[in-house]
Design a protein around this ligand. Structure first.
Ligand code: PFF
Length: 451
């Protein structure tokens, strides 16, 4: 603990590392299917409003807590106010819930990469390919295990830095590819309707679930309310401009998510008609829609292969940061060495992830609160735990520890222009809205209300 903490060598180094963790399957896979399902343009509008208000407030607070204390979530809350130490523990549970199912989706990406590499483009684009695949017991687990081993190997061999460097080149390439693919998609006949649905907010499509979904997605995509940004902040240099870094990460993360949706949502209109049923496919949407897009383009096999390689890369950089987080929590709390902790966490992921994967096949009769296993894990982390952690973070800093810790961090390098707005958000608007959202989301899941 008294060893001097490494820090990012530059402010941009911090931005890239945090963006590498933030940009992942959340942007490419989760955002498009939520936007498709929960109203298109209205979902995006709400997401953007939440990003500049809640997202900004929470990200500044978390990175500020990390930089002020130089510690990860548990130590940081303990140092600031012992009474809130449990907030750190609660935050640490989240990555343990997310990582297993994140790796299951990672496994699906590996499977599609394999299909494109071996030229099975037509098969992959056919209607029942995806459902046939996930309904099996063994095959999805094989791909999922491969994804975990890939992640664990990077962590065990200790080449994360190399991977992060490579991702600085590959991320922009991914961005260019996404722009190219979305340009192709939105110029297909029939896409205009989809672009309209996706970009033009229509209040008709609003429901309270749109709001819960957008809020959960914001936390997930920006790696908030799970201690991650506290850890990243603790590695940030003292003289870096916190406010500007936070803005840049937010903008980068949001742009990638919106573009990913532009590639997927209009395509649902082109290839499957824009029926509510087609739009509500949920977690499978990207895997059902994109192969059809690639099949319909020239050089589709090559473009599809390149695309899945890059998605895999983005997924692996995020899963590395998730695994690292899990491992460092175990090392800190149980005082195990890194190797032992990595092996045990990997075993945990294999067991829980296999169980989640089987939830689409032999175990698909298991429904908790009407949800399948993956959706249930996703619900517990995104709709329950993260709002609770976010509420506790706002209340502890706003009322007990005092927002001065955060003001000081921001003002080290530049004036805090939104100080008033930030304080009102932190103390009042965010906690009150989050409590309401939490109550609604949980009551809805328990069937107490119908929204
Ligand atoms: N924010 C990542 C995504 O959008 O894919 C998910 C994630 C990665 C969360 C890494 C947490 C984390 F540590």
């Amino acid at each position: 603990m008294n060893k001097k903490r490494d820090s990012f060598s530059s402010r941009l180094g911090f931005v890239f590392a945090a963006a590498g963790s933030a940009v992942g399957l959340g942007n490419l896979w989760r955002f498009p299917y939520l936007a498709a399902k929960y109203g298109g343009g209205i979902f995006i509008l709400i997401y953007l409003l939440l990003a500049v208000t809640f997202g900004f407030t929470l990200m500044i607070t978390e990175t500020g807590i990390g930089r002020a204390t130089g510690l990860s979530a548990i130590g940081a809350f303990k140092k600031l106010d012992k009474r809130f130490r449990f907030t750190g523990y609660l935050a640490c549970i989240v990555p343990f819930i997310i990582t297993p199912y994140y790796c299951v989706i990672g496994g699906w990406v590996v499977k599609y990469l394999g299909a494109f590499l071996t030229g099975q483009v037509e098969a992959a684009a056919s209607d029942n390919y995806f459902t046939g695949f996930i309904a099996q017991a063994a095959e999805p687990i094989v791909w999922f295990s491969l994804f975990i081993f890939l992640t664990a190997a990077v962590v065990i061999i200790g080449v994360q830095k190399g991977i992060e460097k490579a991702s600085m080149i590959l991320m922009p390439v991914l961005l260019i590819l996404i722009i190219g693919i979305s340009a192709f998609c939105i110029t297909r006949p029939g896409a205009a309707e989809g672009v309209k649905y996706y970009l033009l907010p229509d209040i008709k499509h609003f429901s309270p679930t749109t709001l819960f979904a957008a809020m959960g997605q914001l936390f997930y995509s920006m790696s908030l309310a799970m201690g991650i940004m506290i850890t990243y902040g603790s590695y940030m240099k003292k003289d870096g401009d916190l406010r500007r870094s936070v803005r840049q990460i937010e903008i980068f993360d949001t742009v990638i998510a919106i573009l990913a949706g532009l590639m997927i949502v209009p395509s649902v209109f082109v290839f499957s008609g824009g029926s509510q049923e087609a739009l509500s496919k949920g977690p499978s949407l990207m895997f059902i829609t994109l192969p059809k897009v690639f099949e319909s383009m020239s050089f589709g096999r090559i473009i599809g292969t390149a695309f899945f390689i890059l998605v895999l890369f983005a997924a692996v950089t995020s899963s590395i940061s998730l695994l690292e987080t899990n491992v460092s929590i175990v090392c800190d709390q149980l005082h195990w060495n890194r190797k032992k902790a990595t092996l045990i966490v990997t075993a945990y992921l294999l067991i829980v992830g296999s169980f989640i994967s089987l939830g689409f096949g032999p175990l698909d009769f298991i429904k908790i609160l009407g949800m399948g296993l993956l959706d249930f894990f996703d619900f517990i982390s995104n709709s329950v735990l993260m709002p609770i952690v976010a509420i506790l973070t706002c209340v502890s800093i706003g009322f007990f520890i005092g927002p001065k810790v955060i003001y000081d961090e921001v003002e080290r390098s530049a004036p805090f222009k939104e100080k008033k707005f930030y304080t009102i958000m932190l103390k009042w608007i965010a906690p009150v809205c989050l409590v309401l959202i939490l109550i609604f989301a949980v009551s809805e899941a328990l069937g107490l209300i119908k929204v």
